[in-house]
Design a binder for this molecule. Structure first.
Ligand code: SAM
Ligand code: SF4
Ligand code: SF4
Length: 403
């Protein structure tokens, strides 16, 4: 019932919106944009916006926010630096006018942002936004799922790296219990936040032993389990290639017990490669950012909680949108700023990492080169400006720019 109520609110608003000249103009914008698609310098559209609503988290997954480096004295963003819900919705509206159809709320842990449902409600009323999702560690989800669904949230992705409390504790750095996350998943299901995806980062010799148990547990539930290769995001997790369990290895393991068949995903734009269980038990996926990069189809923009726009998960730097938002820029001006940033976007970090791992990890020798736009460029140089990924510069943390 709550779900219908949420959708009803948003539908009613759209109907109301059609009554005024201002909103009639707003409704025409997506059509105008469709005829001239927004594209970056590599021909990739601008389809999804990930909004990080906070850089704080209640867990300390060592692969993301190791507790030794994110201790009590860590300098998080000040409250006055965070974009307000009104400011976030305003920026999201500009993205929607540029053709963005999907928004994902993330962080840090998005459920730490107080009254998040108020933001969801604002986003759900934006003309053109078809899908609002959230990635969460699930710790606070049981208490919040219904309110979020009522506000217009469509789906959730819940992160869970093991069903074994001991292993999960190693992966989350705090001792948080599996049962709490499972309760969050149950609440999301009963609130209609489906299909629910479950993200499981796999780290060699830490939670490899959980792969089959996770597959068995979610097989036949309708939830979509996705195994994620451990990535070299940020600079604090001490990433080593040796800690990555390749997606191919994960799939082979699952396939031995629960036979899989690839799903023909002709129009793939998501990050996961999808498989179905041959026995009809549903679907799983792998996110193989390390062994099989998908930069060619990457249509995601990221907005940090303080209003910096990032064009790649591995960016060293973003583009400040907070200053124009707070100094009275018109929506048209913001639109032009974003268009300009996106038009020059050339990021393809994971592809470059695959082609030339040495350059990424500062072990470059002058003889190394990487194929860039069909020509060989020296690894030791920077990626073509003004890409946000500046090779050799420290990358921003995923908890800050939004996973
Ligand atoms: N706190 C929320 C959560 O954990 O779901 C949302 C933010 S988190 C940064 C988003 C996703 O990124 C999670 O599924 C998490 O497991 C994943 N992630 C974080 N660090 C990662 C890494 N080094 N490699 C692969 N995935 C990572
Ligand atoms: Fe927190 Fe999510 Fe990062 Fe884990 S992965 S530390 S839950 S932001
Ligand atoms: Fe997109 Fe950057 Fe990831 Fe490539 S490395 S898929 S461009 S976020």
């Amino acid at each position: 019932m709550g779900r219908d109520a949420g959708q009803g609110t948003s539908r009613t608003r759209e109907a109301d919106a059609g009554q005024t000249g201002r909103n009639i103009q707003a409704r025409r914008l997506p059509q105008r944009r469709r005829s001239v698609p927004v594209q970056d310098s590599l021909g990739r559209g601008l389809v999804d916006l990930r909004i990080s609503v906070t850089d704080r988290c209640n867990l300390r997954c060592p692969y993301c926010m190791p507790k030794e480096l994110f201790g009590p004295d860590h300098a998080y963003l000040a409250r006055s630096d965070l974009l307000s819900f009104e400011e976030l919705a305003r920026v999201a509206r500009v993205f929607a006018d540029l053709g963005v159809r999907k928004i994902r709320l993330t962080g840090g842990e998005p459920l730490l942002r107080r009254d998040l449902e108020h933001l969801v409600e604002k986003l759900a009323s934006i003309d053109g936004i078809e899908d609002i999702a959230m990635t969460t560690n699930g710790m606070l989800l049981a208490a919040k799922a219904r309110r979020l669904a009522d506000a217009g949230l469509n789906r959730v992705t819940v992160s869970l790296d093991s069903l074994d409390d001991e292993v999960f504790a190693k992966m989350n750095g705090t001792g948080a219990a599996v049962a709490r996350v499972l309760a969050g998943i149950d609440a999301a299901e009963s609130s209609g936040l489906s299909p629910i995806k479950v993200n499981c980062v796999v780290k060699r010799n830490v939670n490899e032993s959980s792969i089959l148990e996770m597959a068995r547990h979610f097989h036949g539930t309708g939830h979509i389990l996705r195994f994620i290769e451990y990535m070299d995001v940020g600079t604090t997790n001490g990433w080593r290639l040796a800690d990555v369990v390749p997606a191919g290895e994960i799939l082979s393991l699952v396939d031995t017990e629960l036979p899989l068949a690839p799903i023909d995903d002709e129009h793939r734009s998501g990050v996961a490669t999808r498989y179905r269980y041959r026995d009809g038990g549903g679907e799983i996926g792998v996110i193989a950012s390390v062994t099989s990069p998908f930069c060619a189809t990457c249509t995601r923009a990221r907005l940090s909680a303080e209003g910096m726009l990032f064009t790649c998960l591995f960016a060293s730097d973003g583009f400040d949108l907070k200053t124009p938002v707070r100094s009275g820029a018109t929506s048209r001006e913001l639109e032009r700023t974003i268009l300009d940033i996106w038009a020059r976007r050339a990021d393809r970090y994971s592809e470059i990492r695959s082609a030339c791992p040495a350059v990424i990890h500062g072990e470059t020798t002058t003889g190394d080169s990487v194929s860039e736009h069909g020509r060989d460029v020296p690894c030791a140089g920077q990626a073509p400006p003004p890409t946000a990924v500046v090779l050799g510069h420290p990358r921003r943390e995923m908890s800050y720019l939004g996973g």
